[in-house]
Write a protein that binds this ligand. Structure first.
Ligand code: SF4
Length: 364
């Protein structure tokens, strides 16, 4: 499972806190050379089951750059090769070449279909661009397309977000990812923080979106992710199962199962790190891994398997967390059957608060 962070965007969106810098072809050349060097430090050829190009705007990389990067991977066992795409950045020719390179999944940052909302967010694309983008990708043979949708914008009505969801559904994607807008202090739109919808309004939008996507035949398999049967993201599902992964590129992270690293959030510092060949690893305590596992699994609709939990952490989930689960079940936030514990529908709307109840220090 490998993630590659591509840190270039044509223009920064006002709400975005992902690491990216303005497109600069010279810097992009240096980035690709350094990326290849970073990959080679791990092994001459890597054999990922899933490979995900995220960003930033990975669809700003040119086809020869992908060819160069992908030549360091043996993709014969790769089940999912995903590219995040900005709808305004691709052409038919580019889409066809992506297919030839082996990409079999795209995740499009559609976000909304409303022109005013897209402008306010600072997106460089229009809904028409999204429509054209999907059509070009389909013609090129892509049959696994995911669309991102943002909700809870200042002043947004539930009807507007549902309109976007319905219009995007007409494009017949196989997958949807929902994002509740939040504005960190560092982003250009931070001044709008106080104008964001309150928790109840955002929860109502989320609930309506969940219902509507269910009616449109999408199954929710994680708090923010919905798919047609068989189109769940393998890459993200592996991440929610705490499978070890490697991340390459500035700001990317990796996890071996016992140790973690996070690359510098700066292209210059990342290049220095790769040139010096020194990566800083942090040991992960068993307690931290256990808490992260609970947090990740409770985001999924399958939830926590008691057998798997005991195999991984050597403790009985039901025994250790009996007080917490009893409290949450009493408030209808959590449910258990013989094999699993999972959030209820009510629990999903306040998932972050519910998950906090499991954070117990036990010094392991
Ligand atoms: S295109 Fe994506 S990564 Fe780039 S600034 Fe906008 S939201 Fe952030």
């Amino acid at each position: 499972m490998i993630y590659i962070h591509v840190p270039f965007c044509i223009r920064k969106c006002g709400y975005c806190s992902f690491f990216s810098v303005p497109l600069d072809r010279e810097l992009q050349d240096r980035y690709v050379s350094c990326l290849v060097k970073e990959i080679r430090q791990i092994g001459k050829t890597l054999y990922p089951e899933t490979l995900y190009f995220g960003g930033g705007t990975p669809s700003l990389l040119e086809i020869p750059e992908f060819e160069k990067i992908l030549s360091y991977f043996d993709l014969s066992h790769c089940k999912e090769l995903t590219l995040e795409v900005n709808p305004a950045t691709i052409s038919s020719d580019y889409a066809e070449k992506l297919r030839i390179l082996g990409f079999n999944r795209v995740s499009i940052g559609a976000q909304s279909t409303d022109a005013g909302e897209l402008r306010w967010l600072g997106r460089i694309h229009t809904h028409e661009d999204t429509v054209n983008c999907v059509s070009m990708l389909r013609e090129a043979g892509f049959d696994n397309i995911s669309l991102d949708l943002i909700y809870a914008l200042p002043g947004q009505e539930t009807t507007s977000v549902l309109q976007s969801a319905k219009a995007l559904c007409q494009l017949q994607p196989q997958h949807f990812s929902l994002y509740c807008l939040s504005l960190e202090d560092s982003v250009p739109l931070a001044g709008w923080q106080s104008k964001l919808p309150d928790g109840d309004t955002a929860a109502e939008m989320y609930e309506n979106l969940c219902d509507w996507l269910t009616v449109a035949s999408f199954s929710q398999y994680e708090l923010s992710n919905f798919s047609l049967p068989g189109f769940e993201s393998r890459h993200n599902s592996a991440y929610w199962n705490q499978v070890p992964y490697m991340g390459f590129g500035p700001s990317a992270a990796g996890f071996t199962g016992e140790r973690r690293y996070k690359n510098p959030v700066s292209i210059v510092d990342w290049i220095e790190m790769v040139d010096s060949g020194s990566r800083e690893w942090e040991h992960e305590t068993l307690n931290n891994r256990e808490q992260e596992y609970i947090m990740l699994r409770l985001r999924t609709t399958i939830g926590i398997s008691f057998a798997e939990f005991s195999r991984r952490f050597g403790v009985d989930f039901q025994q250790k967390y009996s007080d917490v689960t009893a409290f949450l079940e009493k408030h209808s936030m959590l449910e258990e059957d013989v094999t699993h514990a999972r959030l209820t529908r009510k629990g999903r709307f306040v998932a972050d608060e519910v998950i906090q109840h499991f954070f117990i220090d036990d010094e392991r």
